[in-house]
Design a protein around this ligand. Structure first.
Ligand code: FA5
Length: 346
């Protein structure tokens, strides 16, 4: 390999860059020192014949030269552009022929799209949309909902308790369901009432494919003088039909919730198998979507409403599960996994 005098090459290149007057000169200089026919490029072509130690030494020197040479060129370009702008009176120098940068646009999260669809359907049925607080007191999350102090749902293992207390010394917690909003709303508004409450809920529990420690519920509430179970079933059936855009069977089975009497578990026919029985519905043909029932007289009383005058029903769906059915997702935890490959599908 011919001896490469990088010191003198560096000195020469620097002088030429200094003397250059425009971008064309600089282009010429660049090609002269780093172009295909330059001394440096020729030396690099013979590089493979060198011993390991020489390769290391010469490689390092060439890289140092290349970096400082490119830096000199870049600085000179800046200076020339500045001078050009001064002469032409322009502030910025830009090439209008350069193609524009593409702006990457995002899209709504599948759970947000689901929430919007739920709201749209209920709004069309004349329901108001209310927002609840994610932090509640035990009174609103349990007591006012007729859940007694010894109820297992209040156990430290099921509920996420906060250290802070409200001004009456009541300990705060992360709401375990959206039902507390029934109380807040009935305290502040006079019937007749028709509303839904979509929101985030929290439970201290082990996660699996259909359970998360943080999930979403949508509460429904209707209070009037003559509301009954057939209204509830009609509203829920209509909602499912519009939400899934097809006929869905709805099943109400007796259940227990302290704040409703009678209470029902709401299930829908499995869309994955058309009700025949599969892995998703655990071979039953039905999927549990939520709880419901007629509002318990004690709950109406806790909101200072006369149970002899007013009656109503309530329901609470897991809205992540609605999204799972809508988009045929078999794993609830995917929603919060921050996995772009998953999210970009929607
Ligand atoms: C309740 O939370 C009641 N508040 C529902 C209710 C409202 C009953 C009004 C009566 C009147 P439950 O714990 O069963 O009930 O939860 C309701 C729904 O939330 C479940 O059917 C399920 O769809 C969803 N859900 C419950 N726990 C989880 C969880 N860990 N992860 C995901 N979804 C859940």
């Amino acid at each position: 390999m011919a001896k490469l005098n990088l010191k003198s090459i560096t000195r020469e290149a620097k002088k030429e860059i200094e003397r250059s007057k425009n971008l064309k000169d600089l282009d010429f200089i660049f090609k002269k020192y780093l172009g295909k026919k330059s001394e440096v490029s020729q030396a690099l072509r013979l590089f493979k014949d060198l011993s390991g130690k020489e390769k290391q030494k010469i490689g390092k020197e060439i890289n140092t030269f290349k970096n400082s040479f490119k830096k000199e060129i870049k600085n000179k370009i800046e200076r020339i552009k500045k001078e050009d702008n001064k002469v032409s009176g322009k502030k910025d120098w830009f090439d209008i022929t350069i193609p524009g940068k593409k702006i990457e646009s995002g899209h709504l999260h599948p759970l947000t799209m689901t929430k919007r669809r739920i709201e749209e359907i209920f709004q069309k049925m004349g329901f108001e949309i209310a927002q609840g607080s994610e932090i509640e007191t035990a009174w609103y999350n349990f007591d006012a909902l007729n859940i007694p102090t010894d109820h297992p749902a209040r156990d430290a293992w099921n509920t996420l308790w906060l250290k802070e207390k409200d001004k009456n010394g009541e300990q705060f917690l992360l709401r375990t369901h959206t039902s507390p909003m029934q109380i807040h709303y009935m305290e502040k508004h006079n019937p007749p009432l028709r509303l839904i409450v979509p929101g985030k809920t929290f439970r201290r529990e082990a996660t699996d494919a259909s359970h998360n420690f943080q999930f979403y519920q949508v509460e429904g509430l209707m209070v009037d003088k003559n509301v009954s179970i057939p209204h509830l079933k009609a509203v829920i059936s209509n909602f499912f039909r519009l939400f899934f855009n097809k006929k869905v069977e709805v099943r109400l089975r007796p259940d227990f919730f302290p704040f409703t009497e009678p209470s029902f578990e709401i299930s829908m026919s499995c869309l994955a198998c058309g009700g025949k029985g599969c892995k998703v519905c655990k071979k039953t043909g039905w999927l549990e979507m939520g709880g419901s029932g007629m509002i318990h007289p004690n709950v109406l009383k806790a909101c200072k409403l006369d149970p002899k005058k007013w009656q109503g029903w309530a329901f609470g769906f897991g809205w992540d599960r609605l999204a799972m059915m809508r988009y045929k997702i078999k794993e609830i935890r995917m929603f919060n996994a921050g996995n772009l490959r998953f999210l970009k599908q929607f």
